[in-house]
Design a protein around this ligand. Structure first.
Ligand code: UT7
Length: 336
């Protein structure tokens, strides 16, 4: 993505959400919340949740299988899984996902950048292709935040859902439709505690003390994160557009991490591009973390909202803090 004559080109797209659905009304039966509050504050109407015993890896395998089918192949030289809810703390989820897809022996590793994970994984995978190390890559975003939410936290339980999405990248020319370009990545570790699971890692475990139960769950300082999300995704999308020489008015679709419908509206206003250029499926799936961007891409591609030849910028923001964007001219692919 940095001036070489070889590019990583999007060749396939596959997605999967578990069949279990939790509506806002169902949440309101367990918590002090309401359909009206959740819809008006977030734009979310329902979310999908895995069944007992299922995992992020299970969703990743299904999305990966579908992406390979969409690309018309059964092979990838490398499998990268973006997730912050791995099947186990150790080892990485990707090797087992690769083996379940019939790809034992290929390079396979996880990327942890929370809700920016898919953009980071695209960037790393594109680099492996551009360098000539790999001819094809399967890039999967899969998360099951339902497994790490505090059952009594109405703010996070209203927001997050489970899901997975994947793309196949292949080597090609920078001029092709689907070629990834204009990658921008950023982070701010001084604000890492705004989004965290405090316990379960080396810092807490090295104390030798059992964790407080509340620290074993995901926490997020919603208001502060909201402001950071608007600030950094706006700047990152603009940075990618600048790197590509695209005026923001020329961008046909801005496909962002689906954190909150009000965040999308605020960014549209700041960038000065109409909200109709921001595809959204947050009403149906909520915030699916690393799966969010491929899931909204798949919906927009299937509905015809996203058309081959359109200029697209993908953008993410999440824990770390981390953020990133990448551009492409949308290719002619069908979603599986
Ligand atoms: O994906 C990674 C990046 N994540 C984000 O970008 C998320 C950004 N943040 C948000 O989307 C929003 O901050 C939330 C949706 C998480 C929360 O919405 P908010 O409008 O920022 O609410 P708040 O946290 O400022 O809380 C306002 C009030 C509080 O009540 P009090 O203290 O004023 O009495 C909350 O307890 O809203 C209450 N509240 C709720 N009420 C009903 C929080 N969640 C709920 C709920 N139902 N589900």
């Amino acid at each position: 993505m940095s001036g070489t004559d070889r590019a990583a080109v999007v060749a396939g797209l596959g997605v999967w959400v578990p069949p279990g659905v939790v509506t806002n009304d169902a949440l309101a039966q367990q918590l002090d919340t309401s359909d009206e509050w959740i819809r008006s504050r977030t734009g979310i109407g329902r979310r999908h949740i895995i069944a007992p015993g299922e995992s992020s890896g299970d969703l990743a395998v299904e999305a990966g299988r579908r992406a390979l089918k969409s690309a018309g192949t059964d092979h990838a030289d490398v499998v990268v899984v973006a997730t912050s809810t791995p099947d186990r703390p150790c080892p990485a989820t990707a090797p087992e996902v690769a083996s379940r897809l019939g790809l034992t022996g290929v390079g396979a590793f996880d990327v942890g950048a929370v809700c920016t994970g898919f953009v980071y994984a695209l960037g790393v995978s594109a680099g492996l292709i551009e360098s000539g190390f790999a001819s094809t890559a399967l890039v999967i975003g899969a998360d099951t935040f339902s497994t790490i939410l505090n059952p009594s936290d109405r703010a996070t339980r209203a927001v997050f859902g489970d899901g997975a999405g994947a793309v196949v990248l292949r080597g090609g020319a920078p001029s092709e439709h689907g070629a990834l370009k204009g990658l921008h990545l950023g982070s701010d570790g001084t604000r890492s505690r705004l989004i965290e699971v405090a316990a379960g890692g080396s810092r807490q475990r090295s104390t030798g003390l059992p964790p407080d139960e509340a620290d074993t769950y995901f926490t997020m300082e919603g208001r502060a994160v909201f402001a950071e999300a608007v600030r950094h995704m706006t700047a990152s999308v603009q940075e990618t557009a600048d790197r590509l020489g695209w005026a923001t008015a020329d961008i046909d679709k801005v496909v962002l991490h689906q954190a909150n419908a009000r965040i999308l509206a605020a960014i549209a206003e700041r960038i000065g591009v109409g909200s109709e250029r921001f595809p959204s499926n947050i009403d149906r799936v909520g915030n699916t973390v690393a799966a969010s961007i491929p899931l909204v891409l798949a919906d927009a591609n299937s509905s015809g909202e996203l058309q081959a030849g359109q200029k697209v910028v993908l953008g993410g923001f999440g824990g770390g803090l981390s953020w990133g964007s990448v551009g492409l001219v949308w290719p002619d692919i069908s979603t599986c």
